[in-house]
Design a protein around this ligand. Structure first.
Ligand code: NDP
Ligand code: 8X3
Length: 259
């Protein structure tokens, strides 16, 4: 963590972004910084965060190591943020991943466990850590990264899709609990988007990942960052509950009937 005290105390809108070392998270950091927000960018790969900070400038971007699947790391990170910041305006719970595309009876249990620990438990703990501060300051917006996979089943999505269904319902239930507090909650539900997502899903098989996006126009990280920024920048009395976004080339398949 590298931070000058006066930077974080400055009276600027502050956004905390998890998984800011790549894809949507990195694009969000760039989008919010471009609008004058102070960005706290967190992820496990610190060297990536250093490059991001160099690009955005130290006065616009604070970086911190964070592993959302590790409770101590979440506690250290939360303490760090709130020992310096008066308030957090937006928390973007973006850190997440899919691992594997095998059918349920062949999938790796360890992949399932990592997805659950990251996409469900990590996101839940981050939210629980930040919410009391938001409620106390009567200010805040939790923006979660769900997925179309949380609403629509497809072969191989088994646990990944289920984690995103959790995120969808958790986001709606947060809205119910936070009624009257002024805290906003949004679930962003993107479809096919070209980031490092598929490289991670295919366990580093770059060729397989690139092939998925060949001959089509997927969403790109900047599209999602724009949507997230739009939700955050709407007037305080407007809450986008869910925002489902697909590339135009993606739509729905017929239901499968086995014969
Ligand atoms: P990327 O793989 O490009 O980025 C994922 C980010 O999550 C990285 O910065 C990674 O950082 C971070 N991350 C993963 N595990 C952890 C962890 N344990 N602790 C902290 N950070 C972690 O993928 P995307 O940008 O595409 O994905 C971002 C989110 O969007 C995910 O939740 C994903 O499920 C969701 N999504 C993606 C879609 C797509 O098609 N791309 C569509 C719908 C939703 P590091 O490894 O450095 O920790
Ligand atoms: C990622 C989108 O369609 O690959 O959440 O599951 S999809």
């Amino acid at each position: 963590m590298n931070i000058k005290d006066e930077t974080i105390k400055a009276d600027r809108k502050l956004v905390v972004i998890t998984g800011a070392s790549s894809g949507f998270g990195q694009a969000c950091a760039e989008r919010f910084a471009a609008e004058g927000w102070l960005v706290v960018a967190a992820a496990r790969r610190e060297e990536r965060l250093v490059t991001l900070q160099q690009k955005l400038g130290e006065s616009n971007c604070i970086i911190s190591a964070l592993d959302v699947s590790n409770s101590d790391s979440i506690n250290r990170f939360t303490e760090f943020v709130f020992s310096h910041a008066k308030r957090v305006d937006v928390l973007v719970n973006n850190a997440g991943l899919a691992l594997g595309i095998l059918p349920a009876h062949q999938a790796e249990l360890s992949d399932w466990q990592t997805m659950i620990e990251t996409n469900i438990i990590g996101l839940t703990k981050m939210t629980r850590a930040f919410l009391p501060h938001m409620v106390d300051s009567k200010n805040g917006h939790v923006i979660n990264l769900g997925s179309i996979a949380g609403s629509y089943p497809y072969p191989g999505a088994n646990v990944y899709g289920a984690t995103k269904a959790f995120v969808e319902q958790f986001s709606l239930n947060l809205r119910a609990d936070l009624g009257g507090t002024g805290i906003r909650v949004t679930n962003i539900e993107p479809g096919l988007a070209e980031t490092e997502f598929s490289q991670v899903r295919f366990h580093g098989d770059q060729q397989k990942a690139s092939k998925l996006y060949q001959d089509l126009e997927p969403l790109v990280a900047a599209d999602i960052a724009e949507s997230i920024y739009w939700c955050a920048s709407l007037p305080q009395h407007v809450n986008i509950n869910r925002l489902e976004i697909m590339p135009t080339c993606q739509s729905f398949a017929p239901l499968a009937i086995a014969k």
